[in-house]
Ligand binder design. Structure first.
Ligand code: IPD
Ligand code: CA
Ligand code: CA
Length: 261
């Protein structure tokens, strides 16, 4: 994909996550009236998740009819071709429904298995993370970079958990972090945990299993902010997901020694 085509997609995506995010924020303010379904253990979906994804898909299909689209709620559409948009319409749905302001719209573009555009918008805080391959990463247009922390004893990791994986290895990982005197936070949005790694508010993000729609955008943002990520795009990642570890380059080795990947 040439630079002009990538740029066109970047700017279209920027407008789209803002627009859809602002609509989601209106729904968030009347969240008690929304229809909610259970997809699995501690795994909810609301009518807003679906409506947001539909809105994004409609616009992208109209603007880029040759691109494939994978969304959490509606699955894969228009498969084939080199470019796939990856959508998590609301990451942090449990927070969204509880009124906790840590949720976001996440939109990534993967080209030949490489995440090349990352857009993450938290409509409550009005924070928009954006990255395009080779152009750096920004938060509300200001350049961001990963933290300079080099010791686990001065670090704070973001971590995540879902019942897609057993409890015991997660508990062991938390214990290993604490034994290494590394602090941790569990915010309930993998995309925002990764984004906060990119801007240095956190020193890393780890989760034993995460799906591609949770982190496709964030992978590009973390890398463009100078961060390190594990080989997340390996294997059958579009269908199966993978473990995720993102951090600054200095903490990559000690964290890999500590956490299961
Ligand atoms: C979840 C959140 C959570 C993470 C889970 C995800 P959802 O996504 O990102 O923080 O731990 O793995 O499934 O359900 O809020 O879109
Ligand atoms: Ca998600
Ligand atoms: Ca979601």
């Amino acid at each position: 994909m040439d630079e002009g085509e990538l740029d066109r997609r970047f700017h279209a995506g920027l407008g789209l996550v803002r627009e859809v995010g602002q609509e989601a924020r209106r729904q968030y303010r009347r969240r008690d009236t929304l229809a909610v379904e259970t997809k699995g253990l501690q795994d909810l979906v609301s009518e807003t998740d679906r409506a947001c994804e539909d809105e994004i898909v409609t616009t992208l299909t109209r603007m880029f009819p040759g691109d494939a689209i994978l969304g959490e709620e509606r699955g894969l559409q228009n498969a084939g071709g080199d470019a796939t948009w990856v959508i998590d319409p609301i990451d942090g749905t449990a927070n969204f429904l509880r009124g906790i302001p840590l949720w976001c719209v996440s939109l990534g573009l993967v080209h030949r298995n490489v995440p090349v555009i990352g857009l993450i918008y938290n409509p409550v805080t009005d924070e928009l993370y954006a990255a395009k391959s080779g152009s750096g990463a920004t938060l509300n247009r200001a350049k961001i970079k990963v933290s300079a922390v080099t010791k686990l004893s001065e670090a704070r990791m973001g971590i995540g958990f879902s019942y897609r994986r057993p409890v015991a290895p997660h508990a062991r990982a938390v214990s290993a972090l604490l034994e290494a005197h590394c602090e941790y936070s569990r915010f309930g949005s993998g995309a925002l945990g990764m984004a906060m790694t990119a801007d240095g508010r956190l020193d890393g993000y780890w989760e034993a299993h995460i799906n591609i729609w949770d982190v496709a955008a964030a992978l590009c943002i973390v890398r463009e902010a100078g961060g390190w990520t594990n080989d997340f795009m390996s294997g059958d990642v579009f269908r199966q997901g993978n473990p995720i570890l993102a951090t600054n380059p200095a903490l990559a080795a000690p964290l890999q020694a500590l956490l299961p990947l």
